[in-house]
Design a protein. Sequence first.
Length: 114
Amino acid sequence: QVQLVESGGGLVQFGGSLRLSCAASGTIFRANVMGWYRQAPGKEREFVASITSVGSTDYANPVKGRFTISKDNAKNTMYLQMNSLKPEDTAVYYCNLKAYGDYWGKGTLVTVSS
C-alpha cells in the first residue's frame, strides 16, 4: 500500500510563489510515475505535471514555464515549485503515483488572490 501526503498549500497573491511537497510512504516500486493534478471549484480534476522514475517531466500547457516538478528519491518526496501564480491556479492540488496501481493524496488547497 502507498500513502501520499501533500503539504505546502496556502494563500498567495497574484504573481507569488509556492512550493508543494508530496511525501510518499509504503511500498513504492522503483518504476513509477508521480504527478500533480488539480481541481478547481466546479471543475473536473486536471493534469498539471508529472515526473517519471528516471526524471522525465511533462507539463500541462497552462503551467509550462511557471511550474517545475522535481523529486528527491532518497526522501521519497516530490515537489511542485509554482511561480508567477495566477487566480486561475486556485485549486486543490493532488499528488498521484502510478505503479501497479493508482494512488492519490488527500490534496492541499492553493488560493491565489488577485
